[in-house]
Design a protein around this ligand. Structure first.
Ligand SMILES: Nc1ncnc2c1ncn2[C@@H]1O[C@H](COP(=O)(O)OP(=O)(O)OP(=O)(O)O)[C@@H](O)[C@H]1O
Ligand SMILES: [Mg+2]
Length: 321
């Protein structure tokens, strides 16, 4: 593996499921290709049923594609068994042996990962602490809340200090504090040189955390890029805030604007471009009004996401042909 190389390489994945007795097949993934580079944090977005979990299962060899390949750490085939220990995976619906305590469960995971007893114990204590479950280590998992199970799933994924961490909706079911914890953990993984690939529906988390985003729509890759690249540099509008002019409201001879409103003692004007902004500044200045602030507003990833997916909503797959 060369530094900066690809850690996950997904090429031309196709997957369909037989959905009924007559074996009509539904296409769930249709020629999906992307890669995740070393030390990148990449977000995987898409509506319910888009195929995120299916892709993530294929990456973890828990499902198999009809065609296409997944290479991890530049390795293929048999060598991938060795690469398993280099991956930490948190499934969408983690399965636990519920009669075990949290610490016992991590002990079992450590053994399955080939870790020694002392190392497992040390890492398990540290990970339970890190995910906020230090006080619940001795409690049977069946008594855990949904959010506690989610946290235990994350502790399990990180236990063996993997180089690549794949998380299927790590923030789901968590309260705001829990979400902040997971955000912090993902940032720490990035700082520690790890690679993180995670699916989510929480776009603000993607904006805050991700180097790149992959957007999936009904089994097809719709877009891929940096958050800035997807959002673009285009300014949506410029917002100007003026102190109220002594002579009252703006009259009919005012320059063009998108919106004009009053907020407390201020007048808030939205304009399309810098030229219009300058016209407003000159006009309002002439009426004794002061410019308090001027902000360029760019679209958010959420708006881009909704715009690209609008008209394609609905989680139904396509008929395979
Ligand atoms: N084992 C299966 N048998 C038949 N269809 C399946 C199976 N697993 C998934 N599917 C179908 O594949 C499609 C994609 O499902 P997947 O779980 O990958 O979506 P997702 O993007 O993870 O959605 P969500 O955001 O709801 O988690 C859905 O239409 C789903 O019904
Ligand atoms: Mg899913």
């Amino acid at each position: 593996m060369t530094p900066g190389g690809a850690i996950i390489e997904v090429e031309n994945l196709r997957k369909s499921y037989a959905t009924d007795f007559w074996k009509k097949r539904t296409r769930v993934l249709d020629d999906v290709s992307f890669s995740v580079g070393e030390n990148e944090v990449v977000g995987f977005l898409g509506a319910n049923g888009a195929g995120k979990t299916t892709t993530i299962k294929i990456i973890n060899r828990l499902a198999f594609p009809d065609s296409g390949t997944v290479r991890l750490f530049g390795e293929d085939g048999v060598a991938r068994f060795a690469s398993r220990r280099r991956i930490g995976f948190m499934p969408e619906q983690p399965y636990f042996y519920e009669y075990l305590t949290g610490m016992e469960f991590l002990g079992l995971c450590g053994r399955l990962n080939g870790m020694g007893g002392r190392e497992t114990r040390r890492r398990a204590v540290a990970m339970m602490e890190r995910v906020g479950l230090a006080a619940a280590g001795g409690m049977a998992i069946r008594k855990y809340s949904k959010g506690m199970m989610q946290r235990l799933g994350l502790a399990q994924a990180l236990l063996h200090d993997p180089e690549l961490v794949v998380l299927d909706e790590p923030m789901s079911g968590l309260d705001p504090m829990g979400r902040m914890d997971v955000r912090a953990i993902i940032s720490e993984l990035k700082s520690a040189g790890k690679t993180v690939f995670f699916s989510t529906h929480i776009i603000s988390d993607v904006e805050a955390l991700c180097d790149r985003v992959i957007l999936l729509d009904r089994g097809r890759k719709l877009a891929e890029g940096t958050v800035a690249g997807l959002v673009g540099n285009e300014v949506q509008f410029i917002e100007l805030v003026f102190s109220s002019p002594p002579g009252g409201e703006a009259g009919p001879d005012m320059p063009p604007c998108i919106r004009f409103s009053r907020a407390a003692d201020d007048l808030v004007v939205r304009v399309r471009n810098v030229d219009d902004a300058n016209l407003w500044i000159a006009k309002m200045g002439g009426r004794g009004s002061k410019l308090r602030s001027m902000t360029q507003v760019k679209p958010k990833l959420e708006e881009i996401y909704v715009e690209r997916l609008s008209g394609t909503a609905g989680g139904e797959g396509r008929d395979a042909s």
